[in-house]
Design a protein around this ligand. Structure first.
Ligand code: SAM
Length: 274
């Protein structure tokens, strides 16, 4: 598929690409081939694609493996995928954030910008071998940022806790139709066990959320704002620091101390956090 063919399909199916649905279609077949090749798709792999759109990645996937599931929200695009690939694709019509995902080995997607964050969080809750996703370049940089950098965020720490992640290549905005305002990047995500242990994962993710939601506040105050109170004198490190200077491992130590000492505020009462 190239730019002309993409334009032809868009007008043939009377599609008005919507920004709210992240509908920027890839028009460069060579990028699509590299995307699938980075995912090392093998014949027996079960592949899940979110947002097949006009099918530029789907067409390569159905030739590469026996099991392709695609989740598409847009009715016209879902009809197109159904007509184009028939039984070669298990098509799920609906919102990828709402529908249950089948078991899969590889995840391949040119992710709609509008759902990048929740889709990556949902992906990380699944058991899989490898994901290769196209995301906005700024988003890719947030995924791999180091502590102290402006891009270091809740997303960074959540990804780091569960997976190895790296940028494979940058893809200019000119490779999409309609052309988005910003460039994109292909990112590889390979799940692995967390590089450090925490006593309670729920507390860890809650502490990460609190610290980054209020990243300009000191940690004691950020936790307090999110309903976690650290009693005076409790042995909890980093309370006078900001979350953005802590490594994920430091956040793990903070979370363990919060788990042991913190209290959550429930109305007028305070109870043990854990
Ligand atoms: N894969 C195609 C490509 O590379 O050209 C299309 C990618 S386009 C960036 C994103 C696609 O995701 C569109 O087809 C859009 O309709 C679909 N989409 C948007 N939000 C979605 C959602 N919540 N669930 C499933 N698909 C969605």
């Amino acid at each position: 598929m190239n730019r002309n063919e993409t334009s032809r399909l868009i007008s043939e199916h009377n599609i008005r690409p919507k920004k709210s649905k992240g509908q920027n279609f890839l028009t460069d077949e060579r990028v699509a081939l590299r995307h699938i090749s980075f995912a090392n798709v093998e014949r027996d792999d079960r592949v899940l694609e979110v947002g097949p759109g006009l099918g530029i990645l789907t067409a390569i996937l159905v030739d590469s493996c026996n099991s392709v599931t695609a989740i598409e929200l847009d009715d016209k695009l879902a009809d197109h995928i159904q007509n184009e690939f028939g039984g070669r694709v298990n098509l799920i019509r609906g919102d990828a954030l709402d529908v249950e995902w089948p078991a899969f080995d590889k995840f391949v997607s040119n992710l709609p910008y509008s759902i990048s964050t929740p889709a990556i969080f949902k992906l990380l809750d699944h058991d899989f071998k490898k994901a290769v996703v196209m995301v906005q370049k700024e988003f890719a940089e947030r995924m791999i940022a180091k502590r102290g950098e402006v891009d270091y965020s809740r997303l960074t720490v959540n990804v780091y806790y569960r997976a190895e992640c790296r940028i494979l290549e940058n893809v200019p905005a000119s490779r999409f139709k309609p052309r988005p305002k910003v460039d994109s990047a292909l990112v590889e995500i390979i799940p692995r066990p967390a590089p450090f242990t925490v006593e309670d994962e729920r507390t860890f993710f809650k502490v990460v959320d609190a610290g980054f939601i209020h990243r300009r506040k000191k940690i004691r105050s950020a936790l307090r704002t999110e309903g976690i109170v650290i009693p005076d004198g409790a042995d909890v490190p980093f309370l006078d620091d900001r979350m953005e200077i802590l490594s994920p491992e430091d956040i793990g130590k903070l979370s363990d101390a919060v788990f042991r000492n913190g209290r959550k505020v429930c109305g007028a009462d305070a109870e043990r956090y854990n």
